[in-house]
Design a protein around this ligand. Structure first.
Ligand SMILES: *Cc1c(COP(=O)(O)O)cnc(C)c1O
Length: 391
């Protein structure tokens, strides 16, 4: 399997077949497992073998298939699946940190990721936020004994691209662990591990499901970190992925590469068509040469991703007119879905942030985040153009 290419791994890696030889992965919708004897139960609680399970909060065969498949494509030794992307972010950080530890994080983060960092600081972890695009700020914030750095490789919703290789070099010099939330990069375009990430976290809710059905998340890392640090924390605190959701995610992985490449191609075509449009103050897309981190995006992803962020002229009023005039693109807050989705972050996903923090992060009243789906490219560009006419 090691020399299979990604498309092959996405379809076959991690498959476990029962005695029936089913073609499609089975859903093992069971929370418990039966032991042949009391001695076997005792032995399994001391140490479980690779095909031995105890309780679905600890692990389950369908969930294990998902974990092994994502680890195979991400290039990590192991992975642990969680109930949601936030359970993965929280699990990756909280399992590792204790009072007195120091974390450096990029300030441009998804609202709930910022909340987890606030929570950690309540328990005595010191958190320093930096402008993630400025390597000098990372360097200045690091101390001897900094435990971890945390960043979104492409930030939600402003699409700042962080130089993962540069940050990892700075962090590793101090012995800090590099934890990357890689949702916007997607597993398709991720090279995070080869760039120096030690831990890669996904919300599987987004591109991995890809059809907006289930919540899920996953933490990818070394065997030591996943089994000795993350697993004890997650198996005793309970944010396990359900076997049904793991099955949905497995099926999502099969088509992930096809969908994400089509979505990124549409995102690029749309961004190119919109550059310089009279109703737009700004088109933000890492695949455009005008993007401030375009060369980093190309080097570390080879593409601009599936999301385009636009600044509509006329502030919130202009943005709302644009949203309300769209006919194919739906107003919602997921992303990575087969359906195109538009979000107004300032009044929804980032509503909680104080005005100064929104301004600092560039979440202006006119900003909208457009996640491109797999609909026909011409239809989508047409829909966006006709809605801009309404602004
Ligand atoms: C959506 C998202 C999350 C959280 O994932 P859930 O599955 O909704 O819990 C975390 N990080 C980023 C960058 C996201 O976009």
């Amino acid at each position: 399997m090691a020399d299979w290419n990604t498309r092959t791994k996405l379809v076959h890696a991690g498959t476990r077949r029962s005695q029936y030889g089913e073609m499609s992965e089975a859903i093992f919708l069971t929370q418990g497992f039966v032991y042949d004897s009391a001695e076997q139960a005792e032995a399994r609680f001391i140490e479980s073998g690779p095909d031995e399970f105890i309780y679905a909060r600890y692990g389950n065969p369908t969930v294990r298939m998902f974990e092994e498949r994502i680890a195979a494509i991400e290039g990590t030794e192991d992975a642990f699946a969680t109930a949601s992307g936030m359970a993965a972010v929280n699990g990756a950080l909280t399992s590792l940190l204790k009072a007195g530890d120091h974390v450096v994080a990029a300030r441009a983060l998804f609202g709930s990721c910022l909340y987890v960092l606030e929570l950690l600081s309540r328990f005595g972890v010191e958190v320093t936020l930096v402008d993630g695009t400025d390597l000098d700020q990372w360097r200045a914030a690091m101390r001897d004994g900094t435990t971890a750095v945390f960043l979104e490789s492409v930030s939600n919703p402003t699409l700042e691209v962080i130089d993962v290789k540069g940050v990892a070099a700075i962090a590793h010099e101090k012995g800090a662990i590099v934890i990357v939330d890689n949702v916007f990069a997607t597993p398709t375009f991720s090279k995070a591990v080869s760039l120096g990430a030690d831990v890669v976290v996904y919300s599987a809710t987004k591109h991995i499901d890809g059809s907006g059905r289930c919540l899920g998340g996953v933490i990818c890392g070394t065997k030591q970190y996943i089994r000795k640090v993350v697993e004890p924390y997650l198996k005793h605190t309970g944010a396990a992925m359900s076997p049904f959701n793991a099955w949905v995610m497995l099926k999502g992985l099969e088509t992930l590469d096809l969908r994400v490449r089509a979505q990124a191609a549409t995102a690029l075509a749309l961004a190119e068509a919109l550059e310089g449009h009279a109703k737009l103050d700004r088109v933000v897309y890492p695949g455009l040469p005008a993007h401030p981190q375009h060369s980093i995006a190309m080097e570390q992803m080879g593409a601009g991703g599936t999301v385009v962020t636009l600044e509509i002229a006329g502030g919130q009023e202009g943005a709302f007119r644009f949203l309300n005039a769209l006919e194919i693109v739906r107003i919602s807050n997921n992303l990575g879905d087969a359906k195109s989705i538009i979000t107004h972050p300032a009044t929804t996903t980032h509503q909680r942030l104080p005005a100064e923090q929104k301004a600092e992060l560039g979440i202006t009243p006119g900003l909208v985040r457009l996640s491109l789906g797999i609909e026909d490219q011409g239809d989508l560009i047409g829909d966006v153009m006709q809605a801009l006419d309404a602004v």
